[in-house]
Design a binder for this molecule. Structure first.
Ligand SMILES: N[C@@H](CCC(=O)N[C@@H](CS)C(=O)NCC(=O)O)C(=O)O
Ligand SMILES: [Fe+2]
Length: 360
């Protein structure tokens, strides 16, 4: 079975696509965003996938790719078009090549126009294509910088994308209105720049008069993306890669830092344990962790400033959900070293860890 996820970066309105083969667990990630690498790595881990490749549809002008950072974190390989002119990739893709993950593969189709190195990735059965900034939903990528060429883009769309089956779903690299997917049939009919009877010269005329401001991050993004996302200096590299060091924490796709119960039991004196259950639960049959401070979740926002700041805080509740929310409340209140105890007291007791009070 195919695993497929569409992920969004709200800052740059970029879509990142995760494709995996559920039998082998092998996966690829198209157009990862530097600032979203932690999220993407968490999802890949939670779905039990192994990231083989990060793929770029082109050298982006509006955000820095997460390719280099993912290679560092997960050992994935970097692939992008040879025509992109980028350095630091493990594989330079040519038109017609295939990138394989498990029993599935993506075909690389050169679709220049937005940039000269733009490609579209077409799934093996031609049911889905990832068009980058070539075809956007009822739009197209701009052609006024980075070797942009309106006539080339028009020809790419007409000969290499609109020639796919009418039902083929098209997933773009961006959408600025929150639209998520389209199809060949729809865009052929309704794309106001490229569809219907619109000819190459009509399209070129349209694009010449778009008059868009340049992307805000273009001066930073293009040089970094020509290095596949490797930061230009050590400070930026550290900012991108620095995970909290006070415990072997795990970041979840839901956005929570978690600490394993075994680590907490071995390091109880290094942290403050914050129990966010109700008082009768704290003194009830599950007991509580030695030294824990009780602040019920409903009182936490108002009482957060009572909590000491000299050590990291581990939040705990019955099953781990109220305490997950507690970590978010503490984050807002300015606490930076905070983690959740997943599974809460139920898992803690289930693993036979020591408690104060409680029934045997
Ligand atoms: N305001 C955005 C600019 C976005 C932009 O220019 N996007 C490019 C893709 S890299 C595009 O082709 N946009 C097409 C359009 O807006 O019609 C930013 O500052 O990043
Ligand atoms: Fe772009």
């Amino acid at each position: 079975m195919l695993v497929f996820r569409q992920l969004f970066d709200p800052t740059s309105s970029t879509y990142t696509y995760l494709l995996g083969d559920s039998v082998s667990g092998e996966a690829v990630l198209i157009d990862p965003v530097f600032e979203q690498v932690r999220r993407d790595a968490a999802l890949i881990s939670e779905l039990g996938l192994k990231l083989l490749w990060t793929l770029e549809t082109h050298v982006h002008a509006d955000h820095v790719t997460g390719a280099w950072l993912l290679k560092n974190k997960l050992g994935s390989n970097i692939a992008l078009a040879a025509a992109s002119g980028a350095s630091g990739a493990d594989r330079m893709l040519a038109d017609g090549e295939r990138v394989t993950f498990g029993k599935r593969s993506l075909e690389v189709r050169a679709t220049p126009g937005h940039t000269s190195g733009c490609v579209t990735f077409v799934l093996d059965d031609e049911s889905v294509a990832f068009t980058g900034d070539c075809v956007l939903i009822r739009g197209s990528g701009r052609t006024d910088f980075q070797q942009g060429d309106a006539r080339a883009l028009y020809r790419s769309v007409r000969s290499r994308i609109f020639s796919l089956p009418e039902t083929c779903l098209l997933y773009p690299a961006h959408d600025y209105r929150g639209l998520t997917v389209t199809s060949v049939c729809e865009e052929k009919k309704f794309n106001p720049r490229l569809g219907g009877e619109i000819g190459e010269a009509d399209y070129a005329g349209y694009m010449k008069n778009l008059d868009l401001p340049h992307p805000k991050k273009i001066d930073e993004a293009v040089p970094a993306n020509l290095r596949c996302g490797q930061p230009g200096n050590a400070a930026d590299a550290a900012a991108g890669t620095s995970d909290p060091a006070w415990a072997p924490l795990r970041f979840t796709f839901s956005g929570i830092w978690e600490v394993e119960p075994y680590w907490l039991e071995e390091n109880l004196t290094a942290v403050h344990v914050l129990d966010v259950r109700e008082p009768d639960e704290f003194t009830g049959p599950l007991g509580h962790i030695r030294g824990a401070t009780l602040v019920p979740l409903g009182e936490l926002a108002a009482r957060a400033q009572e909590l000491p700041k000299d050590k990291p805080i581990v939040a705990v509740c019955r099953a781990g959900s109220r305490s997950a929310h507690a970590t978010a409340i503490l984050g807002k209140a300015g606490f930076s070293e905070v983690a959740n105890l997943p599974g809460g007291m139920l898992r803690w007791r289930g693993e036979g860890r020591s408690v104060e009070g409680g029934a045997l």
